[in-house]
Design a binder for this molecule. Structure first.
Ligand SMILES: Nc1ncnc2c1ncn2[C@@H]1O[C@H](COP(=O)(O)OP(=O)(O)OP(=O)(O)O)[C@@H](O)[C@H]1O
Ligand SMILES: [Mg+2]
Length: 278
């Protein structure tokens, strides 16, 4: 494990309730030993119950945020979250290519836990065409996998295997790339995620925690992976270890969420469960 503290940036939306988006991503980076930076790709008016409105910044301003940050700070990993529009997607893809950004973890956020649409429909094609080629790992949930593959969402673990294989084919074939297909939407006492690099299919089961505090689980998981990838890099089976540690961190954060009292809907997970011992 490298000893240097990595600089990790979240390029995503802002959720003022702090359970998802850039704020949650920075909490996650901070809890896991990474220095957190944030680029705001969308503003939302949101709480634990619903997304009331979305404001997308001008693409020139987004570009300037990225260029100004990368001109000064060496970035060791990037987490991509809500990108909102086709123009935002292409701008982010263009700048990541320009700076040859390492360890890009793309969480292809499309719909919020409260059921609100967060990505314009015409942006999906741009995501596939411009952003997937730049991504080291993608972390779709099952409905997102269905949209990317233009099929219905997988609804068995067997269908998840096939979907993970097809998703891997959408990433560059000649270099190391990973799919983490999240099975949180399947019913059952276990949650099964699949990690696939085109060669090894790694099944990652864990007990389902009974709670409604699942606001930002996907944001937290992809950020934890981005924070840990540079810290594990170079190790034997380092990507698998980073994902296992990230899932472990998230599970504990979900399990400890009852200590928080934030909102009346899907509450946030406890990002600092390991630090704030009573
Ligand atoms: N109740 C739960 N107990 C344990 N693990 C869970 C639970 N719900 C989700 N997970 C895990 O959390 C991670 C995120 O999965 P999920 O399917 O919720 O992502 P998502 O739909 O993208 O989340 P979000 O709505 O925050 O974007 C996955 O690793 C999943 O297995
Ligand atoms: Mg998600």
């Amino acid at each position: 494990m490298s000893r240097a503290i990595p600089n990790v940036v979240s390029i995503a939306g802002v959720d003022p309730s702090g359970g998802a988006g850039v704020f949650a991503d920075i909490k996650t980076f901070s809890a896991l030993g990474a220095y957190g930076c944030g680029v705001v790709a969308a503003l939302t008016a949101q709480n634990t119950q619903a997304v009331a409105a979305v404001h997308i910044p001008p693409t020139d301003f987004l570009r300037l945020q990225i260029d100004t940050l990368f001109a000064d700070v060496k970035i060791h990993a990037v987490k991509l979250g809500m990108l909102g529009s086709a123009e935002i997607v292409t701008t982010v893809a263009d700048r990541l290519a320009h700076f040859d950004a390492p360890f890009v973890v793309c969480d292809p956020v499309m719909v919020s836990k409260s059921g609100d649409h967060l990505l314009a429909r015409n942006a999906v094609a741009m995501l596939i065409e411009a952003l997937l080629p730049r991504s080291f790992m993608i972390t779709p949930n099952l409905p997102e996998a269905g949209v990317l593959l233009e099929q219905r969402a997988p609804d068995t673990v067997k269908e998840m295997y096939r979907a993970a294989e097809r998703l891997r084919e959408m990433l560059p074939l000649s270099s190391e790339r990973w799919v983490l297909l999240k099975g949180g939407h399947l019913p059952g006492s276990d949650v099964v995620d699949l990690l696939f690099d085109g060669d090894r299919m790694i099944e990652m089961p864990s007990p389902r925690i009974e709670t409604k505090n699942t606001h930002g689980t996907g944001c937290t998981l992809s950020s934890a992976i981005a924070a840990l990838l540079p810290q594990h890099a170079g190790g034997f089976r380092s990507v698998e270890a980073a994902v296992r540690d990230a899932r472990d961190y998230l599970l504990r954060a979900i399990a400890a969420s009852g200590a928080l009292a934030v909102g009346k809907g899907h509450g946030p997970v406890h990002h600092f469960h390991a630090l704030w011992r009573a």
